[in-house]
Design a protein around this ligand. Structure first.
Ligand SMILES: NC(=O)c1ccc[n+]([C@@H]2O[C@H](COP(=O)([O-])OP(=O)(O)OC[C@H]3O[C@@H](n4cnc5c(N)ncnc54)[C@H](OP(=O)(O)O)[C@@H]3O)[C@@H](O)[C@H]2O)c1
Length: 290
């Protein structure tokens, strides 16, 4: 049960994304008035009770219509801080509350402490929000379970081989539905202003264990082979540009040798335990099958 909802008119920016789509669906289920700002309404495929409005965070003039009458904004996307600075200014003038999907920038675990460009972007956007005077909550999820869809699903759909670097690196993958559930609380309830929620899945699992879990769920014995970082740089450009691949390689390398950082924030905020990777893989099994 949500505590008394004080913010009932909510704009979701990034509502077609991995987490944002769940935020939209869960907000709609609470009966809140949900508006989604999307760049391409025709391709958004959001629930019918959601008001879909065309807009682009990097084009400030498209935002006024999207922000009209809005109490709170969920912001879940990565775009360069300079590109969204003016858009963010408009949002903080209109809205009373922002829930920003960031990352565990301040958590001492080495997985989260490797220098990278994304980190600087999150820091700059957080600074703009903090200094704007709006009520804010920062969500700091660790690795998404849903990364498996772009990392491993293409290989698993194509055959029984998975080639991957740093198989021993542990993470605590978090289900996007749990991130969204915390976001919905922070958007709708009072009591989350100024909070920074570092949230993870319930278990530390090596990448090898995560791929093997998917294999078990779909009933196939996958052959999982470790590749070197150099091979990964050549082979994994399908999952993102080279700087993103290098960022992941550095993080996994640094994470080896100690368990992943695990927090109890999802249960504390939502009252329900976070979903395991096994549950996520079971619910996502179709994505790994041809
Ligand atoms: N993956 C992880 O393990 C992880 C961990 C911690 C934090 N994060 C961070 O979490 C955030 C959200 O990730 P995600 O995977 O949910 O995102 P995602 O699936 O890539 O979705 C991004 C969303 O942003 C929208 N968008 C992009 N540019 C836009 C613009 N200029 N104006 C308005 N909307 C725009 C996209 O809409 P369109 O439909 O128009 O493209 C899409 O809805 C990112 O900042 C990511 O870095 C990720």
């Amino acid at each position: 049960m949500l505590r008394k909802a004080r913010m009932n008119r909510i704009l979701v920016i990034g509502g077609t994304g991995t987490v944002g789509r769940q935020v939209v669906a869960q907000l709609a289920a609470t009966g809140a008035q949900v508006r989604a700002l999307v760049r391409n309404p025709g391709a958004a495929h959001l629930p019918s009770q959601v008001e879909v409005v065309r807009g682009d965070l990097t084009l400030p003039d498209t935002l006024d219509a999207c922000l009209h009458g809005i109490d709170a904004v969920f912001l879940g996307l990565d775009r360069p801080a300079a590109a969204v600075a003016l858009g963010l200014e408009r949002i903080t003038k209109h809205a009373r509350r922002i829930v920003y999907l960031s990352a565990p920038l301040k958590t001492a675990h080495p997985l989260f402490q490797q220098p990278n460009a994304l980190r600087a972007m999150f820091e700059q956007i957080e600074r703009s929000i903090e200094t704007s005077g709006v009520q804010w909550t920062f969500l700091r999820p660790g690795m998404f379970a849903a990364n498996a869809l772009s990392w491993w699903a293409p290989q698993i759909r194509a055959g029984d081989f998975v080639r991957w670097p740093y198989l021993a690196a542990p993470t605590a993958p978090i289900d996007e539905r749990d991130i969204a559930a915390v976001a919905v609380r922070a958007l709708c309830e009072d009591g989350h202003a100024g909070a920074e929620y570092v949230m993870t899945g319930p278990q530390s699992l090596s990448q090898l264990e995560q791929v093997a879990t998917i294999g078990r769920v779909i009933g196939r014995s996958l052959r999982i082979e470790e590749i070197s970082p150099d091979e990964a740089r050549r082979e994994l450009l399908t999952i993102g540009p080279l700087p993103a691949v290098n960022m992941l390689l550095r993080a996994w390398a640094a994470a080896i040798g100690q368990p992943a950082h695990v927090t109890s924030i999802v249960a504390e905020i939502t009252g329900a335990p976070p979903k395991t990777f096994l549950e996520w893989a079971t619910d996502s099994a179709a994505e790994f099958q041809t």
